[in-house]
Every structure is written in structure tokens, then in C-alpha cells.
Ligand binder design. Structure first.
Ligand SMILES: [Zn+2]
Ligand SMILES: [Zn+2]
Length: 187
């Protein structure tokens, strides 16, 4: 006998999809558009969707013989910090979701593992695990403010963008400093 986690899903929870309106007839379709607050810890330490920020769900629920196929997009805002210069990153993200949720006691339900195929709990679908996987996978592990961010000067910690190209920290003997300035003027 397949084991089921007890039905604890709340149909009013923002990331729970209610399929009661969707006929259990293969091919039946319903679209689901909603804006939900992002759950906590959606992302990593360096970059994440801020908790409570709007997530736009644009989903298609389709009845298939063994369950419901959910596909569509999730979009939202991401915030983080550049891994090289620590500047704030404020970006947007669009990820695709496609997940099959098997009906309870369907063949798929009884012949697959819980981590292979999603499960329905009665008529409810918990979208959060799939959404979480998709978003976390789409986020960069080493986020950058821009592709070619030069980072910070290792000596003074100032952003290299804000420094002249010849910025350096050569230790100059104070007795020669005057001379080196003279050389620079001649260049
Ligand atoms: Zn940067
Ligand atoms: Zn420097």
C-alpha cells in the first residue's frame, strides 16, 4: 500500500492549487493566474527572492490520465549581492515550471517514488516544492552585478570601476615620490 502524508494542505494557502474545478478527464484544461507572496528562504544566501515579494504565477493545469500536469511560469524579483564587489543586485527572474502530480492511488502514484513525481492530496496540489526547486536552480551560485564586474581593489577595497585605470599601491619610497610625480607629468 502506498503511504500518504496526511492531507494537511490548506486550499486557501497561496501556493496550493485547488483542482476541484478541473474535470478529471484527460485534456481538460484550466489556467491559473495569481500573485502570491514569496515564501521565506526562496534562494540562497547571496541571492534570493525577498520573503513576501510578489511572485507572479501564470500556470496551466491539464488533466492527464494519471493526474494533473502543471506547467507555466513563475516570475518575480530577486535581490542579492555581487560576489565580487558586494554591490546590491536587484533583478527579475522568470522560471518555467513543469510538474506532474499523480492522483492518489493511480498507477503512477503506486509505482513511482515521491521524489520522481509529485502527488496530489485529494484535489489539492502543493506547488511550493516544485516552485522552490525551479527558482533555486535558476539563481546563479555566484551572482554578479554584471558579467564583467572587475571587483574591488584588493589593497584599498574601492570598486575598480571608480578608480583610474593605472590605480596601484606600489610602495614608493617617500624620497622618490617627488621624482615619480615628475616622471608622470612628462608622460
Ligand atoms: Zn560587482
Ligand atoms: Zn586600491
Amino acid at each position: 500500500m502506498p503511504k500518504h502524508t496526511p492531507s494537511t494542505l490548506n486550499p486557501r494557502s497561496p501556493l496550493v492549487l485547488d483542482t476541484r474545478e478541473l474535470p478529471r478527464r484527460p485534456g481538460a484544461l484550466r489556467t491559473e493566474k495569481r500573485v502570491v507572496p514569496a515564501p521565506a528562504d526562496l534562494g540562497g544566501e547571496m541571492i534570493a527572492v525577498p520573503e513576501g515579494a510578489d511572485l507572479d504565477l501564470d500556470l496551466r493545469l491539464e488533466s492527464v490520465s494519471e493526474g494533473v500536469l502543471v506547467s507555466g511560469t513563475v516570475s518575480g524579483r530577486v535581490r542579492g549581492e555581487c560576489g565580487r564587489c558586494l554591490r546590491e543586485i536587484d533583478d527579475s527572474l522568470v522560471v518555467r515550471i513543469q510538474e506532474l502530480y499523480a492522483y492518489e492511488n493511480s498507477t503512477t502514484d503506486t509505482t513511482t517514488d515521491e521524489d520522481e513525481v509529485g502527488r496530489m492530496q485529494d484535489d489539492l496540489i502543493d506547488l511550493e516544492p516544485a516552485l522552490r526547486d525551479a527558482v533555486v536552480l535558476a539563481l546563479p551560485t555566484n551572482p554578479l552585478c554584471r558579467e564583467d564586474c572587475p571587483g574591488l581593489c584588493p589593497e584599498c577595497g574601492v570598486h575598480l570601476d571608480d578608480l583610474p585605470a593605472d590605480h596601484s599601491h606600489e610602495q614608493i619610497d617617500p624620497r622618490w615620490a617627488g621624482l615619480s610625480q615628475l616622471n608622470r607629468k612628462e608622460e
